[in-house]
Design a binder for this molecule. Structure first.
Ligand code: COA
Length: 175
């Protein structure tokens, strides 16, 4: 089910694994060094960018449906990260998330990349996908709505903070 170097393509974007190349690490440092990004994620990463990349590769190795992709823009620059991973303290629920560099907001990249990852995951048999968003993160809430995700209300179920939860079910398969 998917290999670690698997690439997902959309009309404008190429989703590929983050690497530890100097260019990727510099872009990750820039992305996760910005308050306007990490403020919505509960703070900056507590590990190095190389360690983050290693953890993301391990995530994909453990289950090929999951992953943290670099969302490459048409000019080749990574716009940010698109992730699909198990929610903590859950019973198998899988979370989709998007972290874009502010220089790539307002282009529709998060929604386009998320649609491709969701389609891929549903194709691999994932029955449903969740998103959790801090109240007030209007841009992220708008991505959930654009994706057609159903609001489940505020909950503190998976993370120790109140979050707006959303769910999208896989389309029913007609035999
Ligand atoms: C959340 C986040 C990914 C949303 O990014 P975004 O760029 O607003 O969302 P999209 O990529 O879906 O882009 C939608 C916008 O692009 C516009 N757009 C421009 N060209 C477009 C095109 N060709 N196709 C589609 N939309 C396009 C849309 O009109 C919309 O504009 P609007 O913001 O004025 O309504 C981004 O703000 C971010 O990374 N924030 C920091 C991290 C974060 O909060 N992550 C989420 C944690 S839950």
């Amino acid at each position: 089910m998917g290999s670690a170097d698997e690439v997902v393509c959309t009309e404008r974007l190429r989703l590929r694994p983050w690497s530890t190349s100097p260019a990727d690490l510099a872009r990750l440092e820039d992305l996760y060094g910005r308050d306007e990004v990490t403020g919505w994620l509960g703070g900056p990463p507590t590990v190095s960018m190389a360690e983050l990349v290693a953890r993301w590769h391990a995530l994909h190795e453990a289950d090929g449906c999951h992953g943290c992709w670099a969302v490459q823009r048409p000019d080749g620059v990574p716009a940010g990260t698109l992730l699909l991973k198990p929610l903590p303290h859950g019973v198998g629920e899988v979370e989709i998330g998007w972290h874009l560099h502010p220089d790539s907001w307002g282009q529709g990249y998060a929604t386009e990349a998320a649609r491709a990852v969701i389609d891929r995951a549903f194709g691999l048999g994932l029955p449903e996908v969740y998103a959790v968003v801090r109240p007030g993160n209007d841009r992220s809430l708008a991505v959930c709505r654009r994706l057609g995700m159903a609001p489940l209300g505020r909950m503190r179920h998976w993370y120790d903070v109140e979050l707006e939860a959303f769910r999208l079910m896989a389309p029913a398969v007609v035999e």
